[in-house]
Design a protein around this ligand. Structure first.
Ligand SMILES: [Zn+2]
Length: 100
C-alpha cells in the first residue's frame, strides 16, 4: 500500500503544464477519480506528492481531488501508479520540458 503526502498543497501548475495529462500519458491510464483510497471525487488534478513512509526523495504525480490536494495528512492511495518527475531540486524548473 502506497502512502503519500502533498509537497505543495494547492499549488497551481496549470500555467506551465498539465500534471494530470502527464500522469495519464505516463501511466497509460485515464484519470477518472481521486487516487486516495475510498475517495471517489471527480474534481481531480495532478497532485504533487512524496512517499510518506520512505526515504525516497522523488516527487510523483497522482490524480487528487481538490480536497485531497489541500491536505497535509498522509494519504493512502491504493495501487495508483506514482509517476515520477524527479527529485525536489530538479522537479520544478524542467517540469514543462517533460510534457510534450
Ligand atoms: Zn480525494
Amino acid at each position: 500500500m502506497n502512502t503519500v503526502k502533498n509537497i505543495v498543497p494547492a499549488f497551481n501548475f496549470q500555467s506551465r503544464m498539465n500534471p494530470l495529462q502527464y500522469w495519464s500519458e505516463q501511466s497509460n491510464q485515464p484519470a477518472v477519480c481521486c487516487s486516495v483510497l475510498f475517495c471517489y471525487n471527480h474534481d481531480i488534478e495532478g497532485g504533487l506528492v512524496q512517499r510518506s513512509n520512505s526515504n525516497d526523495k522523488q516527487i510523483y504525480i497522482v490524480p487528487l481531488c481538490s480536497q485531497h490536494r489541500q491536505s497535509y495528512a498522509c494519504m493512502e492511495i491504493g495501487n495508483t501508479k506514482l509517476i515520477s518527475i524527479g527529485n525536489i531540486a530538479e522537479a520544478f524548473a524542467p517540469l514543462a520540458d517533460k510534457v510534450k
